[in-house]
Every structure is written in C-alpha cells, then in structure tokens.
Design a protein around this ligand. Structure first.
Ligand SMILES: [Fe+2]
Length: 292
C-alpha cells in the first residue's frame, strides 16, 4: 500500500474488477472522505470492487455507505427479513429473501427508471454452491463486435414496458467511454426502436420501424454467453463479501442453478453529469436514457 492510501486493490482481470483485502468497512461514523473518493475512483477504473471478509455489516451501515456514494434509490419490493427498508434482500429461499431476482437473463438493473442508478452494493451474508453472479464489462463487449454489428446496435433503442426508450449504445456518464443499456429478461422490453439511415449519424432520428423484443435480446444473450469467458467474470461469492457494482458499466446475470443470499442497495451517483455535449459526428454520444 502506498503512503496515505486507505487500501490496496488486487485486480481480478487486467481490464476489469478488483478485490480489496485487509480493509474493514465496519463502523458507526461515515467513511472518511478520502476513502469515499478512493472508492469512486476505483469504481471508475475497475467497475466491480469486492471488499473481502466484511463479516455481517448491518443494513443501516450498508445504507450509510450507499448514501455516501450517491442518492439512495429504493424501487424494489420489500421482504419481511430485510434489515432496512432501503435494502433489497434476495435469496433462493422465499422465507429468507425475494426469489428469482435477476435470473431472467443478462441485464443492467433499473431499466424501468428514466435513468437507471449507477452504484449497486451487494453484501453476502451467506453463499451457496453455484450461486455465482456473472459480469461482463460493456465497453469491452461492444468493442469486440464486428463493424456491422456495432453499426446496427448504434441505432437501437430499448423501449420499456413503461414506455421509456433507452439507447442500446451510449456514453457512460462517468467513464465517458462506450456503454450499453438493456434487459434480456422477457418482461422488461416492449420493443426495439431503430434510428433511420441519415448519412450523417448526428442527424439520425428514430424511424417508425420496430423490432420484436426477443430478436435483439436473443442476439445479446448469445453473444454475452460467449463473451463472459473471454472478457467477463463468473464471480463465486464468499461469505462476508461486500461488492460494489457499476450498474451502468457492466451487465450481469445469475448462474441458473442457484442463488446466494444477497443484500442489495442502490444509489444514483451525485456528480453524474449525463452531459448534453454531442459530438457532431457521432450521434451515440448525445443519447441519454429515458428519451428518444
Ligand atoms: Fe440485477
């Protein structure tokens, strides 16, 4: 650890995710400002950060940490055993937590919101065999596609059940690189809208053409299932793990065979800019979630 550094990161893959050992998030007082700044920096860089051996932090502590990362989003349904109204308790046992969550396919969370939240905390009080979460970083996923696919995806919008439209490809508000927004679970997507063919991409408008949900969801699923072994991680959680996930930079899905007991908190980043700046030559950069 360098002088003055609160903790050291050990990357899991050279380009993606890191573990932190020997640093406790426990306590009553808010995390010191330098620790919060460091976590935000590391989230920008690694996109998944796993603090190991945290024991069982209270729901209150998890919410306090989430509050230091941003504004709490609490949009989910409650489970009687949830330790705090802002904590989503997920399990493979319905007496312990909400079941079947996140198992309908590759997704980012909160696509039913105008602007899906940025930070997701996940604390594991208990784990089970096969209860993995699979993560794929979206910049690398986009960049590994051939040109035809990238050009096509650049024009798609995910139209949600709520009538929102999210650009499939857009600029990550903090990292300012390419990211993607979608949900491959059947109920979440109503259709895919498609931009027209204006030669200058900055002049493209959404055309009347719509694509059925499963066509693009199936394509994404097939390619993500292949990509996870090349650029992603199949995370086997350990009891006491406290992970922070960049919900805008990664997609995830749960392994199909089991689900560990996970306590989730969600927070929107405060400094998130969603800048209006549009590069005149690239329409993707001006696209924002929740609107066409
Ligand atoms: Fe999820």
């Amino acid at each position: 650890m360098g002088p003055g550094e609160p903790y050291t990161c050990t990357p899991i893959l050279p380009h993606f995710a890191a573990e932190v050992h020997g640093f406790s998030l426990a306590g009553k007082d808010p995390l010191p400002a330098d620790v919060v700044a460091r976590i935000k920096d590391d989230m920008k860089k690694y996109r998944v950060l796993v603090f190991k051996d945290q024991g069982r932090l209270s729901g209150e502590r998890q919410v306090q940490i989430s509050q230091q990362l941003g504004t709490i989003e609490s949009t989910f349904y409650k489970h009687p055993k949830s330790p705090h109204p802002d904590i989503f308790r997920v399990s493979n046992d319905e007496t312990e937590g909400c079941v079947g969550v996140g198992r309908t396919g590759w997704h980012i969370d909160g696509t039913f919101q105008t602007r899906p939240f940025k930070y997701q905390t996940m604390h594991f009080h208990s784990v089970c065999e096969g209860g993995e979460t699979w993560f794929v970083p979206l910049k690398e996923f986009y960049e590994m596609q051939d040109e035809e696919t990238r050009d096509r995806w650049d024009r798609y919008w995910m139209v949600t059940r709520e009538g929102l439209a999210h650009p499939l490809v857009y600029r990550h508000p903090v990292r300012e690189d390419t990211s993607m927004m979608f949900h491959c679970g059947p109920p979440f997507c109503a259709a895919w809208a498609v931009d027209d063919d204006a030669e200058r991409s900055s002049e493209r408008k959404v055309s009347g053409r719509m694509i059925a949900p499963h066509v693009v969801q199936d394509e994404l699923t097939r390619r993500l299932d292949e990509a996870v072994d090349r650029i992603g991680i199949k995370m086997s959680w350990e009891e006491g793990d406290f992970a922070i996930n960049d919900n805008l930079g990664n997609c995830s899905k749960l392994a199909l065979w089991n689900q560990s007991l996970c306590l989730q908190g969600h927070a929107e980043s405060q400094e998130e800019s969603w800048t209006e700046d549009t590069s005149p030559d690239d329409h993707r950069w001006g696209r924002r979630p929740g609107q066409v």
